[in-house]
Design a binder for this molecule. Sequence first.
Ligand code: NCD
Ligand code: ZN
Length: 447
Amino acid sequence: MDLLVRNATLVTSKGRRVVDIAIDGAAFVAIAEPGQAALRGDDEIDASGLHALPGLIDGHVHFREPGLEHEETWLTGTRAAVMGGVTTVLEMPNTVPPTDTVERAQSKLALAALSAYCDFGIFGLVGESGESVAELARSGRLVGLKTFLGPTTGGLRAPDDDGLRRALTIGREYGLRVAFHAEDREIVERSEAALRATGRTDALAHLESRPAEAEAAAIDRAGRLLHETGAPGHILHLSSAAGLAAVERWRAAGVDLTCEVTPHHLLLDRDVYETAGGVARVNPPVRGEPDSSALRAALADGRIDCVATDHAPHLAEHKLRASIWEVPSGFCGVETMLPLLLTRGVQEGWLSLERLAEVTSEAVARIWELGPRKGRVEVGADADLTLIDLDRPGVIHAADLHGKNNLSPFEGVRTRGAAVATIVRGRCVMRAGRLALDPGWGRAVIR
Ligand code: NCD
Ligand code: ZN
């Protein structure tokens, strides 16, 4: 055995038990009662007092390479991921150029394989013309398709309804779920123009420019087209109770519709616009109460399927611009997800550790059909494991994070609980808060 993790409290959606976990090569080979003499590892980790989760999968990151390497790269983005206990990331297509042809998908995967610390999958773009979607889907290089129904970083537009119907039909045929950035373009553009005309430049004006109705309207559009085509869909970064209600209406009508929520939409309140200003600008915006408590309840009871970070870093000098209209939307998140969910979810009692394992790993693997090797701690599966210390104290500081641009609206937040080891396909990539392997171990997930 290459690696033996002893006395870990293994937590999955089904419960928890203390086990020894044996790893040989890249796979789990035994999960057994502790102390079985037959189990020996070349390397051993004593995990007494620690919890083991199925390796975290962040289903929504923007790692910016190719084209925007000043914001993030595969090396720095996956470095932040493994430092935060994440073993697989699914990366978004609004790079430069966007991931909208087979050649561009292949070259992004090749770039990632050069320097990734963790495993990865990529989304292909359904762009305004809808071109190349069939070839992309057929290529087998993607975990899903993505389209932007509203304006956001990259300025990429979705096709009209006919084009979307064609893309959804292709998605259905090739087993690719289509992810929607769900904000209605017309509502957002009209609201933003009206607010700008008043002379407002404060951070709260961004929230007002993107009302919950914009999200609900876009989800209704997506739901209607999914219903017509029978295709599977996914709502990215759900931010409002109204959006959640729209998701539920389309599910009740028979649509296969999954959805995700980010730590910032779950946990931040409106005062963040005073404390963090433009750093908190993100699409869709953080709305605070009562939306955030509705999202927490829905994550806990299963109406929301999973958590994803929407890790979307920008240069500090741009995030700190005076006028909110000049500030780009998005901020980092892949490294802070786990400590935040442990502190403000598990320790506060509304999120069980079992549900955390489900929403940060098992469900993500299920939604994107990452195959029998991801999102499960079972003999034969990829040995992806996140070891956590529930008592480990921390404070979120940009200077201590491992991405390229680390401004966060959670700056200064005290946390309790963090990853202390990140194991990717059998290799310990992070151990005791330090990188333990050279970059380049990460591989594309095989669906
Ligand atoms: C994302 C980005 O910067 O790439 N920004 C954001 O505010 N969420 C794009 C996106 O996912 O909308
Ligand atoms: Zn988005």
